[in-house]
Design a protein around this ligand. Sequence first.
Ligand code: ADP
Ligand code: ADP
Length: 229
Amino acid sequence: MGFIELEKITKEYFMGDQKILAVNQASFSINQGELVVILGPSGAGKSTILNLLGGMDTATSGQLFVDGQDITALKESQLTDYRASEVGFVFQFYNLIPALTVYENIALIKEATSKALEPEGVLKSVGLWERRHLFPTQISGGEQQRTAIARALCKNPKLLLCDEPTGALDSKTGIVILTLLQNMSREKGHTVVIVTHNAALAEMADKVIQIKNGRVADITLNTAPRNVS
Ligand code: ADP
Ligand code: ADP
């Protein structure tokens, strides 16, 4: 069994009496330590899949295993624990707290979770230790995203989920961020799932899962992912 197993996962939304089939019988597996890109056009169902993986939403039907645990069987309070302790989230627009420094944005996690890593080691691993006293507005977009990645890693999560992590960055900075995520999977063994509509990110992934109209349209294994570093 893979580290993540989706088995015929379906997610329906209801808008009034209209049913929207956001994810339709999706099945795939992800191994521990893999860097996976979920690729597809806008509206394909990618974010819904990421939300299901992160326990932010619940499936209509199907099963979803993460590290042997069926997430679809969890009660709301267990899902809250799962989200808080097992999953790190990285967003397109970083979601940093503007009134806190780089260091403080990360130290916040340490206060919230007992198993959190020390901010120093995590900030050094993303190359931001020297810039720890600056505020988000004082650093570049790429550095803000590295701060957000450090914050996610600070939880020492089983799973790192990234929604369009390079969407607000120029392509060169995007490659820096992807390389960092690649190192986190290769060197630190983190399982990283990236959702994007940008096909350029796919060449750096170990596995590419293409989503179209809520369905898994294609799964490609990259035997030689592009390595920029
Ligand atoms: P993507 O991330 O690939 O752009 P989404 O997962 O956001 O796609 O959306 C898939 C489909 O589900 C779209 O038709 C979208 O409008 C719909 N959808 C997503 N979230 C909701 C929601 N909370 N309520 C109703 N419809 C939704
Ligand atoms: P990127 O290539 O990530 O977009 P920029 O070109 O925006 O980076 O910034 C280049 C360098 O200048 C970075 O090291 C960044 O931290 C620094 N920098 C940018 N804006 C500021 C600022 N307002 N205060 C301090 N340093 C800044």
